[in-house]
Design a protein around this ligand. Structure first.
Ligand SMILES: *[C@@H]1O[C@H](CO)[C@@H](O)[C@H](O)[C@H]1NC(C)=O
Ligand SMILES: *[C@@H]1O[C@H](CO)[C@@H](O)[C@H](O)[C@H]1NC(C)=O
Ligand SMILES: *[C@@H]1O[C@H](CO)[C@@H](O)[C@H](O)[C@H]1NC(C)=O
Length: 331
């Protein structure tokens, strides 16, 4: 029974409930599903970057290509590739992981609106960049074993990227008995002096960084230990890390959400350690690590891990190394 003393508390609960309803209604439930199919025989779209005027998405696939979506009548077409050792005859449609060092395996993209440049990381061929006409990308830095993720700082053009391991390569993770290590690093490429600096080392798994839109911090997920940290770039806490949250599954890429200060995390529950059934999700968080929304992709991505949840124009573009399409969730 509501005594006068209890009233403020119950009002607070009503207020919190309304806030919750308001925030979920505003962002919607994303319960309408459609998909962009890859060309026949091609799989593993792990990224979805959009160019100027929302053109695209561009995506990176298992056979080493970077493809561009040209609308539902044409579908995906070749846009770029990461190594001169790649031939279409040998590589198009391949699923052989041992061809990665020949065909390339780009895993992540980040588009810089101000320069029309598309930054690429390739597991075998380092950090690269390609212009609006596509073709063979230009390698900026190489010599890594396993690059996985990239994000450009929109304020100053610095490029943040992840080296998942000093010991193993992408093709090693499907080998029997594989266990990850803690030798991942967060790196920064300065496009002005072309220098690379190591910001963090000892990371567990190669989840993707997201730089905040104000350029003050980077979100850094660690896939295997189910942890998301914040690395400060500016302000009194610059150069320090703080633990933000432990999601309920393995966090892969983190991407800036439509609303400033928010992020989408691709989370796969039961990926490492492997459970019989993986549940793929998109988790929207704010810059303090508070979970604002969880969207399950289990109905369409049944038992497949997700590496990407990219919001664009109010829709979620969802990618997995194990699908032949990019899933699109809208309201
Ligand atoms: C990764 O795979 C390559 C090719 O099979 C192999 O030569 C290398 O020894 C493996 N590395 C590790 C750390 O298992
Ligand atoms: C952070 O590191 C940079 C480069 O090493 C240095 O110039 C800057 O002063 C540091 N900032 C703080 C607050 O420690
Ligand atoms: C999920 O996928 C794994 C291997 O990819 C398989 O072993 C497992 O049986 C699947 N689980 C279900 C419930 O289908």
């Amino acid at each position: 029974m509501a005594t006068p003393q209890m009233l403020p508390t119950s009002l607070l609960y009503v207020f919190i409930a309304l806030l919750y309803v308001f925030s979920t209604v505003v962002s919607g439930q994303f319960n309408i599903f459609s998909k962009y199919d890859l060309p026949t025989g091609v799989s593993g779209p792990t990224s979805a970057a959009f160019g100027a005027l929302s053109k695209g998405p561009f995506t990176t696939v298992n056979d080493g290509r970077i493809l561009k979506w040209l609308g539902s009548r044409i579908g995906f077409v070749d846009f770029a590739y990461t190594t001169s050792t790649r031939s279409k005859k040998l590589c198009d449609g391949t699923t052989d992981p041992d061809l990665g060092p020949v065909c390339g395996r780009p895993l992540a993209l980040s588009y810089q609106q101000s320069t029309s440049l598309l930054y690429i990381v390739d597991a075998y061929f380092g950090l690269l960049v390609v212009g609006p006409l596509g073709g063979l990308a230009n390698q900026l830095v190489g010599g890594f074993k396993f690059l996985t993720e990239v994000d450009v700082n929109l304020i100053n053009g610095d490029v943040y990227f992840i080296d998942a391991s000093l010991t193993y390569e992408l093709r090693n993770i499907t080998q029997p008995g594989f266990t990850g290590d803690a030798t991942g690093r967060l790196l920064r490429y300065n496009p002005v002096n072309k220098q690379v600096s190591v910001l963090l080392s000892g990371l567990n798994g190669g989840g993707g960084p997201a730089v905040s839109s104000d350029g003050r911090f980077v979100m850094v997920p660690e896939i295997t230990v189910m942890r998301i940290s914040k690395y400060w770039l500016a302000g009194p806490k610059a150069n320090t890390t703080e633990l933000l949250l432990n999601p309920s599954g393995n966090p892969n890429k983190i991407k800036r959400a439509g609303r400033v200060g928010e992020f989408w995390v691709a989370v796969s529950i039961g990926n490492y350690p492997r459970r019989p059934l993986i549940e793929p999700q998109g988790v929207r968080i704010n810059s303090d690590g508070v979970v604002l929304q969880t969207v399950s992709f289990a109905t369409q991505f049944f038992n497949r891990s997700v590496t990407l949840v990219q919001e664009q124009g109010g829709k979620l573009y969802v990618g997995s190394p194990r699908t032949t399409y990019i899933g699109i969730y809208s309201n």
